[in-house]
Design a protein around this ligand. Structure first.
Ligand code: ATP
Ligand code: MG
Length: 241
């Protein structure tokens, strides 16, 4: 469960990137975070994950305060950032072991997880190569694998499907659904409205730091009194702003 309470953030340049954001993502839910470029999605995600400090407000992950109880809160989630270009000199397998070391995963469990994840994401033959030799999609996959190796209850993913081929994207979506079905939490941002419509239990739409809508897509449909596609409702909602 993720609880975001009255969270605001203004950058040094004066941009209000999050304006009194309130969101609760319960266990068992896939929650999609939508909004135009520059809306405040990554900023909000960086505050949830403790990378950025909010100007005001509180964020709890499975009840642990990311500002006060930092290490305990961080044990609760795995985070895939929007930029997978990190640890480029490590080999894939070294990176996975590094992540397993950080999160204290024992050697038997990590072997199993590495085996399972590399099969599912078709990465087995690449694990001996440096990440800098990977394509964008392969870098994205190794990041996702590194996060899942410690089996965090809460998944936080910033545009995780970007650059993934159809099979890998399908596998990831399937894993997100399995995770939520185990009564755990998935929070992800996306620009792909079809994915949001098909996959998410609920969505929030943010623009210029303001949450314009939060709920089931059906509720959005009722609210906009139309049977339009999510794309059309999204365009109308963010244009009116
Ligand atoms: N480090 C920063 N310093 C100053 N302003 C920033 C910084 N990072 C983001 N911003 C501004 O904050 C606003 C929100 O940016 P953010 O990255 O959260 O948007 P986003 O919704 O993730 O967009 P995208 O869909 O393009 O990833 C934008 O106006 C952006 O210019
Ligand atoms: Mg972003």
């Amino acid at each position: 469960m993720i609880e975001i309470k009255n969270v605001s953030k203004t950058y040094a340049g004066g941009v209000l990137a999050a304006n009194n954001v309130n969101l609760t993502i319960p266990d068992g839910e896939i929650f999609g975070f939508l909004g135009p470029n520059g809306a405040g999605k990554t900023t909000t995600i960086k505050m949830i994950t403790g990378i950025l400090k909010p100007d005001q407000g509180q964020i709890l992950i499975n009840g642990k305060d990311i500002q006060k109880d930092v290490i305990e809160a961080k044990k609760e989630f795995g985070f895939v950032p929007d930029d997978p270009n990190v640890f480029l000199r490590l080999k894939g397998l070294e990176y996975l072991n590094f992540m397993a070391d950080i999160y204290g995963v024992d050697s038997e469990t990590r072997q199993e997880k590495i085996q399972e994840l590399s099969t599912r994401f078709d990465m087995g033959s690449a694990l001996g190569d440096q990440i800098q030799s990977y394509s964008h999609g392969m870098r994205q996959k190794i990041m996702v694998m590194g996060v899942l190796i410690h089996e965090p209850p809460v998944w936080i993913l910033d545009e995780p499907m970007t650059g993934l081929d159809p099979r890998s994207s399908y596998v990831l979506k399937e894993m997100m659904r399995e995770h939520a079905d185990e009564n755990k939490t998935v929070f992800f941002s996306t620009h792909v409205l079809e994915v949001a419509e098909k996959l998410c239990d609920r969505v929030a739409i943010i623009n210029k730091g303001n949450i314009l809508f939060c709920g089931h897509i059906e509720e959005l449909r009722e609210q906009s009194k139309s049977d339009a596609s999510l794309e059309k409702m999204f365009l109308e909602l963010t244009e009116n702003e």
